[in-house]
Ligand binder design. Structure first.
Ligand code: ADP
Length: 180
């Protein structure tokens, strides 16, 4: 499913982010950029050692921020490693930090003149962020950014599995109704 925001597209698909042909893909990284399980492990496996070498050089990234590396062997030229919050009940600034993680990626995309990016659902795996609220933050942050910065042509969320896809679909449909 997709919606248009001006001339840009905000899309959700079910699939594997490592196989996307967008110019950049985002990673749900940890603050040490040390690699891990989940989507982070999948990206390093598929992209090869050049990505970890670049992460080591950078050294780390605070929660709510993002850094750019090569895409290594991936189709995507760049990986933008975003560090979302660990969910600790919602009273520890998690919503603001999650929004900030997405925004940091989008700012890098703008600065680099990147036209298309794919995102995973940051923080809603091992980091425990509730999926429905996480999807709302993810999609509204991107919608609002695209309406202000039309030079980004394509933002795609790549959701792993049916449950994640359905949650994002429900949120995007609600946004579409608000927007219409
Ligand atoms: P976090 O630690 O930020 O919660 P995870 O990697 O545990 O990150 O999970 C984030 C999301 O990424 C989850 O919804 C998980 O299902 C999803 N995911 C795992 N592997 C992939 C993949 N290859 N492509 C897209 N999403 C993936």
């Amino acid at each position: 499913m997709q919606i248009t925001i001006g001339s840009s597209i905000l899309e959700i698909v079910q699939g594997d982010i490592t196989r996307q042909d967008t110019e950049a893909i985002a990673n749900a990284a940890n603050a040490r950029l040390a690699g891990g399980g989940g989507v982070d492990g999948a990206i390093h496996r598929a992209g090869g050692p050049a990505i970890m070498a670049a992460c080591r050089k950078i050294g780390g990234c605070p929660t709510g921020h993002a850094v750019l590396t090569t895409g290594g062997n991936l189709k995507a030229k760049y990986v933008i490693h975003a560090v979302g919050p660990v969910y600790r009940g919602g009273g520890k600034g998690e919503a603001g930090l999650l929004k900030s993680a997405y925004l940091s990626c989008l700012k890098i995309v703008s600065e680099k003149g990147i036209k298309s990016i794919a995102f995973p659902s940051i923080s809603t795996g091992v980091y425990g962020y509730p999926l429905e609220e996480g999807s709302r933050i993810a999609l509204t942050t991107c919608r609002d950014y695209l309406s202000e910065y039309p030079e980004i042509e394509w933002v795609r969320f790549v959701l792993f599995g049916e449950t994640n896809y359905r949650a994002y679909e429900k949120t995007l449909k609600a946004l579409q109704r608000e927007y219409a």
